[in-house]
Ligand binder design. Structure first.
Ligand code: SF4
Ligand code: FES
Length: 379
């Protein structure tokens, strides 16, 4: 990047701290990489504490604790305390599995300010099947009640797809009944496990249109009571989303092993090297690393993006999706109707009405893949 462009790089607003890939759930749309990291490779408490201090010094305002499931980290309370002490607004993105009143009280005491709780469905049977864990839905309901009782603002995250869209209205009603202030309805984004399960998850155009109308009606019905954010699937878009608000513009991710990334899927892009927090400070990486510079701004863009009036609105879409679909992360996102690769989405759309394949559940081991949810172990 030239010097003039370098001066335009603003500090990041938010840090996604991916504490671990471990998770009691096995959702087939998980955005974690197919190659999941083991606990022994995770950053330790002291290193995360330094990362939070460096993030605050860099200008980051919010930290989102994510995973995997952050609650599997025994040191989560300590990590929240470090982040809050550094002056960061602390949000926990969780499945709710592993949360009890005592743990939540400790987290609140340490400085936790907001919780985002995932629900797989309004129907507990389907919810448990998608989560890959029997009894998960019941535990989540209890977790929601605990968060509200603790006085924390609650957001419900609902990922929607071919298996649950027909119950979207019930999912919205569930969020209201649980006391959520905000509901994030996000269609599956097709990276990682989501891409591996695309044929089992991608909705039809008809399902999508119906869902969009349901969201609009619910927004009117619950004005002043529930804020609904709605993320539509790229596969039916005419223009792509500004992924991450633009590469290296607003967000940075730190992976469980300490890699500093512009987005959660950036490691899938070949030929790019992303330093770890052990190799350089967040500030050096944000302002001076090759990986962050590669797709910043508009200089890297091919046509039709290069001369497009939307190039500083959507920043050419998603680099990881461009790579996943075309094998070249530097091409225009095929989600854009102007992309020469837009036809690739038509083939994927045909999957949405084809015979339904079984889920490939995310897993750490090399055990055989299964479509059957395991039984919840007690204790
Ligand atoms: Fe966005 Fe590029 Fe499509 Fe223009 S051509 S709308 S900049 S992706
Ligand atoms: Fe990597 Fe969109 S997920 S740029």
């Amino acid at each position: 990047m030239n010097a003039a462009a370098a001066t335009r790089v603003e500090p990041p607003l938010a840090l996604l701290a991916e504490l671990t890939h471990r998770c009691p759930l096995r959702c087939p749309y998980c955005s974690n990489p197919l190659e999941l990291l083991r606990a022994s490779a995770e950053l330790d408490t002291g290193t995360w504490a330094r990362v939070f201090s460096e993030a605050a010094a860099l200008g980051v305002l919010q930290v989102h604790f994510s995973g995997g499931e952050p609650l599997v980290r025994r040191d989560l309370t300590e990590l929240v305390a470090h982040a809050a002490k550094a002056g960061l607004y602390v949000n926990l993105i969780t499945s709710g599995i592993g949360l009890d009143a005592g743990r939540l009280a400790q987290l609140v005491e340490a400085g936790l300010e907001h919780v985002q709780l995932s629900f797989q469905d309004s129907d507990p049977t389907v919810g448990d099947r998608v989560a890959g864990l029997a009894g998960a839905q019941q535990i989540k309901r209890k977790a929601a009640a605990l968060v509200c009782a603790a006085g924390l603002p609650l957001t419900i995250n609902a990922v929607v797809h071919r298996h649950n869209l027909e119950r979207l209205e019930n999912i919205i009603d569930l969020a209201v009944a649980l006391g959520a202030e905000r509901l994030e309805i996000a269609h599956v984004q097709y990276y990682g496990w989501g891409l591996a399960n695309r044929a089992a998850l991608l909705p039809s155009r008809e399902q999508l249109d119906k869902a969009t109308a349901t969201v609009e009606a619910a927004r009117a019905r619950f004005t002043g009571r529930l804020v609904i954010d709605y993320v539509v699937p790229d596969y039916y878009a005419r223009r792509p989303k500004a992924c991450m608000g633009g590469w290296g513009r607003r967000f940075l991710n730190v992976s469980p092993s300490g890699k500093v990334l512009p987005c959660h899927a950036a490691e899938t892009l070949p030929g790019l090297r992303f330093p770890t927090v052990a190799e350089a400070s967040l500030s050096e990486i944000w302002y001076h690393s090759e990986g962050f510079d590669r797709f910043r701004g508009t200089e890297w863009m091919p046509e039709p993006c290069r001369s497009c009036e939307r190039r500083e609105i959507d920043w050419g879409g998603c680099r990881c999706q461009a790579f996943a679909l075309t094998g070249d992360g530097a091409r225009t996102d095929p989600a854009c109707a102007l992309s020469p690769d837009h036809f690739l989405l038509a083939a994927a759309q045909a999957e949405a009405t084809a015979e339904l394949p079984e889920f490939i559940y995310r897993q750490h081991s090399n055990a055989p893949l299964t479509a059957r949810p395991p039984v919840l172990q007690s204790g």
